[in-house]
Design a protein around this ligand. Structure first.
Ligand SMILES: [Zn+2]
Length: 75
């Protein structure tokens, strides 16, 4: 199942299907800095944005248990 109607390359299609432990595919670059969220003195979770060099799709990777590991930016 495709996540969106946007055109993604094959690697990005596979990226969205990856489990939480999966790292970014080989043609992604970091977009900005990692964001670390701390709540009440405990390490919460981290987010890092990535952009695909092939199809320019942008992703956020989150370690938040309540979020999807990989989220494709809409629009
Ligand atoms: Zn891509």
């Amino acid at each position: 199942m495709k996540a969106t109607a946007m055109t993604c390359c094959d690697l990005c299609d596979k990226q969205l299907a990856k489990s939480k432990r999966g790292g970014p595919h080989g043609y992604m670059k970091n977009l900005g800095d990692k964001r670390v969220f701390v709540s009440q003195g405990r390490l919460g979770y981290e987010e890092q944005d990535y952009q695909c060099l092939t199809c320019q799709a942008r992703f956020t990777h989150s370690t938040n248990k309540n979020d999807q590991a990989w989220t494709l930016w809409e629009g």
